[in-house]
Design a protein. Structure first.
Length: 317
């Protein structure tokens, strides 16, 4: 009798111990599961936003409350990351060296170098790429303006074919890997957009890489209005306009060489007045699909607002 009681107590202790272990394992599993959900739902999407009035002048006095950002039609809670134009820039400047843009090459280089001097601040970084038969990283990421300008001025024109989309996609991937968190990623491209040698990317794939890198696309086509007389040139410009629209940038087509300086000044002024909004992904599907977003200023509908058109959702671990 006494022996049976002792056995029951031992068994009870064993069962209690096993229950405790099971509860601990269950709680650990729940904790891991919660962590996984948090990782999926805590993706911060960066949305650079440019706002201008009816005269094309930058609007700098808006707050986060003035913006309405929708993700697939659902309003999101947004945060304004720093004052307009104050968040650091990670810039990639791409210079076409192919045979199609030989005219005024040195002048374009000088103007682009001046742009770097004006737009870059101490916390900004820049990398320089050339667009030719294959993309080339001429100057790796640096905060040294002089090094960046020297790299740009070292580029020499060639008569090579043009791997335009490969270069833009490679530069986007480079920014994605090297840029600091919470920065504005920007590409400024001097090219006619004509592509006859890309082996890895076309327009659609290049757009995807730009969105995944949170990168804005600006282009300056030195070809002038005459491009409209050439179907290939027109297609190149249309591709750059699509990239700009998709990412919240602009595609410029100056009438003459003298207008290049004004265009670079306009890009610099826009970057110096640009807002950076952020929101955390709340969409229930973590499937890696493309999500459309829209940004506006409801109380001032006369303002022109430009921002990226969407982002790629995270994927479940």
């Amino acid at each position: 009798m006494i022996r049976r009681v002792k056995l029951t107590r031992a068994t009870g202790l064993l069962i209690l111990s096993m229950a405790c272990v099971g509860l601990s394992l269950f709680l650990m599993a729940q904790k891991d599961s919660s962590s996984a959900v948090i990782r999926v739902n805590s993706t911060l999407v960066l949305v650079p936003v440019s706002v201008t009035d009816a005269n094309g002048q930058a609007v700098r006095d808006l707050t986060a409350a003035d913006f309405r950002l929708e993700d697939e039609g659902r309003e999101q809670t947004t945060t304004l990351l720093g004052e307009p134009g104050k968040t650091a820039i990670e810039l990639a400047i791409l210079f076409d060296v192919s045979g199609s843009i030989h005219d005024r090459f040195q002048f374009e280089q000088q103007v682009a170098a001046q742009f770097l001097k004006v737009v870059l601040k101490p916390n900004d970084s820049v990398s320089v790429f050339s667009i030719g038969m294959t993309p080339k990283l001429v100057q790796p990421r640096t905060r040294d303006n002089a090094a960046a300008m020297n790299g740009l001025l070292r580029i020499q024109p060639t008569k090579e074919a043009t791997a335009f989309y490969d270069a833009v996609a490679d530069a986007a991937q480079y920014l994605r890997k090297t840029a600091q968190p919470g920065t504005r990623r920007v590409q400024v491209v001097i090219s006619d957009g004509e592509d006859n040698n890309s082996e890895r990317y076309r327009l659609g794939e290049t757009m995807r890489e730009m969105q995944r890198a949170d990168c804005i696309f600006y282009s300056i086509n030195p070809g002038g209005p005459s491009i409209r007389l050439n179907k290939i040139s027109l297609k190149g410009q249309e591709g750059m306009e699509a990239l700009a629209t998709h990412t919240g940038g602009q595609a410029f087509l100056p009438d003459k060489a003298a207008d290049l300086e004004a265009v670079f000044r306009q890009i610099a002024a826009e970057l110096q007045a640009q807002y950076l909004l952020g929101f955390y992904v709340s969409h229930p599907r973590a499937d890696g699909g493309f999500r459309r977003i829209s940004v506006r200023v409801p109380k001032q509908p006369e303002l022109r607002v430009r921002a990226r058109q969407g982002y790629y959702a995270p994927t479940a671990p």
